[in-house]
Design a protein around this ligand. Structure first.
Ligand code: GAL
Length: 756
């Protein structure tokens, strides 16, 4: 059996992985600017720089906005590529996404175009996320078989980031099996057990026959847990499905293979079903929020005690400081405390199964956000199509699905709420999608939740709505009147003003708009979490605290791919740990689990389940803002289990407030650790490589400074582990997340790299 093409399905979506027969192109010569002659075969490239197509040009130090750049590739195409195809119809150039529009030339001739340039008849249109596949018929003599071909890609970028980013480019002459695909869904069988349904589909009119085999495999041992196969015939009107049962509390892989009878070629797809590690919460009440909360003197308090357990749970206190009250039905704490100081009292949570007490301290002083903010933001799900109803629907689901019981409390509206023009008195208004900000704020506060909003120091936001320029104080006053508790202040349109400023090379020029809004916010009689969003420019982490920001985005926007998660989480954060502290946090952007889409079209996150475990583990280690970015109303059991593991969240919310440092980088194994207030350490062992790994934790003890291990706990499973057997199976892109106690302090040494 020949495995010609491997299709890898991740969490319900199929994606192509490399096949031996594809010709791959990753490295190009690059030139910014535009010149029609650069499409041709013979161009002097001696002054051109090297560039990769696996990441945007922005991430490789190129800055071209509202302009062009050219990539040129020289590639030998072996004739065997053509000869080995059983179809021999087209030569496909698969380019992936390009930010924002492109024209692609092969040996001087245009073979495809996606998106539109500003000079085009209908004007500019971005198609940055569209996957390009340009086809050349094999009958055309454009392709030089066994010779060197020049592929030239002319790219237009409107705003950062820009360029090609989903490389490598693949050149392929498709086979019959390339017109077949395997899809996968998870469903409940009639008896309630979970089953995976694997389906073989065809795009061809002609019927093709073969053997379709599906098996459930334990990736750790390689053991086949169950398998089914049958002879099937498929065409464009007829597909075939096989259902296999599996256990969704266990890590398994479902591998489906179709082998076409005539050619003997196969396609294989691997699906990783979502699996739940977080144990169910006990029926008795359990406090899941930290025991410390910061507020400024006299500011209104909106806080909700997060308590799990069978409902109803009554939350009360006999020694509440004067000026405060608790709604026993939802645990909403309200009121205010005029004098600075620490106020400690006991809170009781009681239900039919039992009760629990928690000592709780309110620290009244100049610092708020003593632990990172947890909540929701509308952007990664709804994008600009957010409405008041959608915010309410997610807020209700936050309560009903129990996320509020785990400390998620901010409900933040991102871009898209603003009226097209200011009111005659200069104040900002809302558009028709938001009937009443004040009513929304009041309702959220009644539930003990918090209310967040978005604006820009520029004339326009990133979405083209009104920004706050020249109206900063008026806007801060409006926010106060609506009951806003969080402002995300996004650079965007300010870039245009900044460009014209004579001192725009200085840090002061980056600080200026943020300081201005900070002064306006601080004049308001309430605490407004101040979230800077300017993608890390001018090393914002070095001065964020000085403008009294509570958090600052450290990078550009995240999206729901491993590449994005890896670049932002693993590449951009290691040096930033010294800057995070209670009240002031690095923000590597919002969460990308659950149903996301940046529009009305939502989809399941494209991250595999293991990548999602990595995402939440790393973000809790990084003491990051934990802002859910999906529609909570549609959140499934798996995503709830990811976001509501009290021991995992406790790392994020640990009151010591120390961000993790990367202590080990050994090939594809990375170990990050962070000290916790109880003297233990949270330790994430990550496998960022493409294959599963067995990792001997002990091997890294010298680098981590561990001589004697007192205890090891698996945070996701909430189980104590044997300290004498510390070899762990860590799947590709997955994590083993531990809480470790040792006689010695762990990590925190100067060396960042493996000493090997
Ligand atoms: C971007 C920002 C996103 C989102 C968007 C709204 O600049 O990074 O998180 O807020 O603007 O238009």
């Amino acid at each position: 059996m020949k495995h010609f093409l491997i299709l890898l399905a991740v969490a319900g979506t199929m994606s192509l992985t490399s096949s031996a027969q594809d010709v791959l192109m990753e490295n190009a010569k690059f030139h910014a600017g535009d010149n029609a002659s650069w499409a041709g075969e013979n161009v002097d490239e001696s002054s051109w720089r090297d560039i990769k197509n696996s990441a945007t040009w922005t991430s490789q130090g190129v800055k071209v906005e509202n302009g062009f750049g050219w990539y040129r590739y020289h590639v030998r195409l072996p004739k065997s590529l053509l000869e080995k195809s059983d179809l021999k119809e087209t030569v496909d150039f698969i380019l992936g996404g390009i930010d924002d529009a492109d024209e692609t030339y092969l040996n001087g001739k245009l073979i495809g175009k996606t998106g539109r340039f500003p000079s085009d008849e209908k004007g500019y249109a971005s198609q940055w996320s569209t996957k390009r596949c340009y086809r050349v018929p094999v009958t055309s003599n454009l392709v030089k078989w066994d010779g060197v071909n020049v592929l030239a890609v002319r790219v237009y970028n409107a705003s950062d980031p820009g360029g090609m980013f989903e490389g490598p480019i693949r050149v392929r002459v498709p086979n019959t099996v390339d017109n077949l695909s395997i899809s996968f869904t998870e469903a409940k069988a009639a008896n309630g057990t979970l089953q995976g349904i694997s389906t073989i589909n065809s795009k061809m009119k002609a019927t093709k026959s073969g053997v379709f085999a599906v098996k459930v495999v334990d990736p750790e041992t390689g053991e086949t847990l169950s398998e089914k196969s049958m002879k099937v015939s498929v065409n464009e009107k007829k597909n075939k499905a096989i259902a296999v049962p599996y256990d969704n509390h266990r890590m398994v892989r479902i591998i489906s293979t179709f082998t076409e009878s005539k050619s003997g070629l196969s396609i294989t797809s691997q699906y990783i079903p979502k699996y739940i590690l977080t144990p169910a919460a006990p029926a008795t009440p359990r406090f899941n929020t930290p025991s410390l909360y910061g507020v400024r003197p006299g500011s209104p308090i909106h806080f909700r005690f997060g308590v799990s357990g069978d409902k109803p749970v009554k939350i009360t206190s006999d020694d509440l400081p004067q000026g405060l009250s608790i709604n026993p039905d939802n645990g909403a704490l309200s009121g205010s405390l005029a004098k600075a100081g620490s106020y400690t009292f006991t809170v009781k949570a009681k239900n039919a199964k039992g009760e629990q007490l928690q000592r709780f301290t309110i620290r009244v002083g100049s610092t708020i956000a003593l632990t990172p903010p947890m909540g929701w933001n509308s952007w990664n799900c709804w994008g600009l199509s957010v409405t008041q109803d959608k915010v309410i629907s997610s807020a209700k689901a936050l309560i009903e699905k129990g996320l509020a019981d785990y400390g998620y409390s901010y409900m933040n509206i991102d871009d898209g709420w603003e009226a097209p023009e200011r009111n005659p008195d200069g104040t900002i208004g809302v558009n028709e999608k938001f009937p009443s900000m004040k009513a929304l704020g009041d309702w959220l506060h009644g539930e003990g939740l918090k209310f967040g909003i978005y604006s820009s120091p520029g004339d326009l936001t990133c979405g083209g709505y009104l920004g706050s320029i020249d109206h900063e104080l008026q806007d801060a006053e409006s926010y106060n009147s609506w009951g806003i508790d969080y402002l995300k202040y996004d650079w965007c349109g300010y870039g245009r003003k900044h460009q014209t400023e004579p001192d725009n090379h200085t840090v002061a020029s980056y600080v200026r708009p943020y300081l201005l809004m900070e002064r306006c916010l601080r004049q308001q009689p309430r605490d407004i979490f101040y979230s800077l969003c300017q993608y890390g420019m001018a090393d914002v982490w070095k001065w964020g605290e000085a403008v009294d920001a509570n958090s600052w985005r450290t990078t550009g926007d995240i999206t729901d791919t491993w590449q994005s998660l890896y670049n932002i989480g693993f590449e951009r954060q290691p040096e930033l740990y010294p800057y995070a502290k209670p009240g002031h946090w690095n923000d590597p952007d919002m969460l990308i689990v659950g149903k996301v889409g940046w529009s009305d079209n939502l989809r399941d996150s494209r991250l595999t389940p293991d990548e999602q475990y990595t995402h939440i583990s790393l973000w809790t280690l990084l003491a990051s803002n934990m802002l859910i970015g999906c529609d909570i109303a549609q959140m499934d059991e798996f995503t709830v289990s990811l976001l509501c593991n009290n021991e995992v969240n406790a790392v994020n919310q640990d009151i010591l407030g120390k961000q993790a440092k990367r202590d080990v980088e050994d090939g594809s194994i990375q170990i990050w650790s962070r000290p916790l207030s109880d003297g233990s350490y949270a330790v994430g062992i990550f496998n960022v490589g493409k294959t599963d790994a067995h990792v001997d934790f002990k091997k890294y003890f010298p680098q981590l400074g561990i001589k004697s291990l007192k205890s090891v706990r698996d945070l996701w499973r909430q189980q104590d582990l044997d300290t004498s057997d510390v070899t762990y199976f860590i799947p590709t892109h997955g994590v083993k997340y531990l809480k470790v106690k040792s006689e010695e302090p762990i990590g925190r040494r100067q060396s960042m790299k493996s000493e090997e």
